[in-house]
Design a protein around this ligand. Structure first.
Ligand code: PMP
Length: 436
C-alpha cells in the first residue's frame, strides 16, 4: 500500500478523508471475485455496480478490445462514423421492444439521460411544441449526475448542494410503502400513485411538459418495485397528455430483471430508453439512448439545410473500442444464455436474501430478478449504519454498495449457487453483529 501515493486523486462519491484512513482498493478481478493489493479475496455481490453480469476478466471482450484498437482505435463524427457502430445499433434494435430502434450513443448513464432530455426537447420543438420544456420524475429517483439528471433526481443528496444549477422538474411520489415490507414480487396495490402524473399535468399544464422519466425498478435508492399496473397507467396518462415516457434502464437493462429490458419484463414500451453499465459488461464506458423511430424521423424532417438535426454529441459517442466491447458482451449474453440464467437463478437468489429477514438490523428486504436490497433499521444518523456495514463487509471479504441504509446486492448472472451461498453467509455474519 505504501507504494500508492494518495495525494492527488480526488475520488468520486467518496469521503476522501475516511478513504485515506482505510483505503479499500481492488487490484485485480476475475469471475465474481476481486482481490486487494495484499491479496485478500473480496466476493463481488454487486457485479461491480450492476455492470458486469458476465463476471470479470472475460477473455472474449479483452480480445475484441485489443483487435479493435489495432484496427481502428478512434473516429470522430461530423458526417463520419465507424462500421461497428452500425452493427451495434442493429444488435440493440433487435434486443429492444419493437418500435424503439434508433440508437444514440454516449459514454455514461448520465450522458444518456441528458441526451434523452435533449432529444425530447428537440422532438417537441420539431412538432411546433417548443413550449414543452418541463420534465417530470419521481422522488427517490437516480438519473445520473449531469445537470439534467441532477434536476431529475429525486434522491435528495443528488440535488442538495447544486440547487442553483438545476432546472424545472416536478416530482411524483415514490411507490414504496410500509405494507410492502418483506413482500415478494410487484406490490398488488399502488398503481394509483401514477395518477400523480395526471395531477401534475393539470396543475402545471400538460402543454408545458416534455416528458416523464422513471426507472422501471428504482435501483440506486435500493430496489423499489413498480406496483402492478403502475407503469401501464403512466403510459396511458403520458399518451393522453402528449408527454414522452422515458424508461431509465441503466440498471435494469441487459437481463437484470430476467428479460432483456424491464420494458419487456413489465410489458410497457416507453418512447425513449436509456442504458449503460452492462452494455459493455462494465469494461469500457458506454451508454445509449434508444428512441422511437418516428421521434427521430420528426427531428430529422425538421432540420434545415445541412445543419445537424440534433446539435448534440460527445467526442466519445459511438467510440469504436466501446462498440467492440459491447458487441462482444452481447455475444456472451446470447451465446451463454445469460438472461435466461438470470431468470433461473433469481428465485434462488431471492430466497437466500429473504433468509436474512430475522436478523436484528434488518428492516426490509426487496428484490426482483437478480437485484435486491436489504434495508437496515436506521442508526444514529441516516446512512451511517449502511456505510459502516459496507466497510465491515469489505473487511470480511464482500463487496456491495450501501445507499443510505440500504445494502444493494446484484450478483453477476454467472455466480454459482455455492458462491451465492458464501456471499449470503458473509452478510449474515456481519448483520448478526451486535455492535452495529
Ligand atoms: N440512471 C440510472 C438509473 C442509474 O442507476 C445510473 C447510475 N447508477 C445513472 C443513470 C448514471 O450512470 P453513470 O454513473 O454511468 O453516469
Amino acid at each position: 500500500m505504501n507504494a500508492i501515493n494518495m495525494e492527488h486523486h480526488w475520488l468520486p462519491f467518496t469521503n476522501n478523508r475516511m478513504f485515506r484512513e482505510e483505503p479499500q482498493i481492488f487490484a485485480r478481478a476475475e469471475g465474481v471475485r476481486y482481490w486487494t493489493p495484499e491479496g485478500q479475496e473480496i466476493m463481488d455481490a454487486a457485479s461491480g455496480l450492476f455492470c458486469c453480469p458476465a463476471g470479470h476478466a472475460r477473455r472474449e471482450i479483452a480480445d475484441a478490445i485489443h483487435a479493435q484498437v489495432m484496427e481502428l482505435d478512434y473516429t470522430t463524427h461530423f458526417q463520419r462514423a465507424a462500421p461497428n457502430s452500425f452493427r451495434l445499433a442493429t444488435r440493440l434494435a433487435e434486443l429492444l421492444p419493437a418500435g424503439l430502434n434508433r440508437i444514440f450513443f454516449g459514454s455514461s448513464g448520465s450522458e444518456a439521460v441528458d441526451s434523452a432530455m435533449k432529444i425530447c426537447l428537440a422532438y417537441h420543438r420539431a412538432r411546433g411544441q417548443g413550449q414543452r420544456t418541463r420534465f417530470v420524475s419521481r422522488n427517490w429517483a437516480y438519473h445520473g449526475v449531469n445537470l439534467g439528471g441532477t434536476s431529475l433526481a429525486g434522491m435528495v443528496n443528488n440535488r442538495r448542494d447544486f440547487s442553483g444549477a438545476t432546472s424545472d422538474v416536478v416530482h411524483m411520489r415514490h411507490t414504496w410503502s410500509d405494507e410492502q415490507r418483506f413482500s415478494l414480487g410487484q406490490p398488488e396495490t399502488g398503481a394509483d400513485l401514477a395518477d400523480d402524473l395526471e395531477e401534475i399535468c393539470k396543475t402545471y399544464g400538460a402543454e408545458t411538459i416534455a416528458g416523464v422519466f422513471v426507472e422501471p425498478i428504482a435501483g440506486s435508492v435500493g430496489v423499489i418495485l413498480p406496483p402492478q399496473g403502475y407503469l401501464q397507467r403512466l403510459r396511458a396518462i403520458a399518451d393522453k397528455y402528449g408527454l414522452l415516457l422515458i424508461f431509465d434502464e441503466v440498471i435494469t437493462g441487459f437481463g437484470r430483471t430476467g428479460s432483456a429490458f424491464a420494458a419487456q419484463e413489465f410489458g410497457v414500451t416507453p418512447d425513449l430508453m436509456t442504458m449503460a453499465k452492462a452494455l459493455t459488461n462494465g469494461t469500457v464506458p458506454m451508454s445509449a439512448v434508444a428512441v422511437r423511430t418516428d421521434i427521430q424521423q420528426t427531428v430529422i424532417d425538421a432540420a434545415e439545410g445541412d445543419r445537424p438535426e440534433l446539435f448534440h454529441g460527445y467526442t466519445y459517442s459511438a467510440h469504436p473500442v466501446a462498440c467492440a466491447a459491447a458487441l462482444a458482451s452481447l455475444d456472451i449474453y446470447r451465446d451463454h444464455g445469460l438472461f435466461e440464467r438470470a431468470k433461473a437463478l433469481s428465485p434462488v437468489f431471492l430466497d437466500a436474501l429473504h433468509s436474512l429477514r430475522n436478523l436484528p438490523h434488518v428492516f426490509d428486504i426487496r428484490g426482483y430478478g437478480m437485484m435486491g436490497a436489504v434495508q437496515l433499521t436506521p442508526g444514529a444518523k441516516p446512512g451511517m449504519k449502511g456505510s459502516l456495514v459496507q466497510r465491515l463487509l469489505f473487511r470480511e471479504g464482500l463487496h456491495l454498495k450501501a445507499t443510505g441504509d440500504a445494502l444493494i446486492i446484484a450478483p453477476a448472472f454467472v455466480t454459482g449457487e455455492d458462491d451465492l451461498a458464501r456471499m449470503i453467509e458473509i452478510l449474515r455474519r456481519v448483520l448478526g453483529r451486535a455492535d452495529l
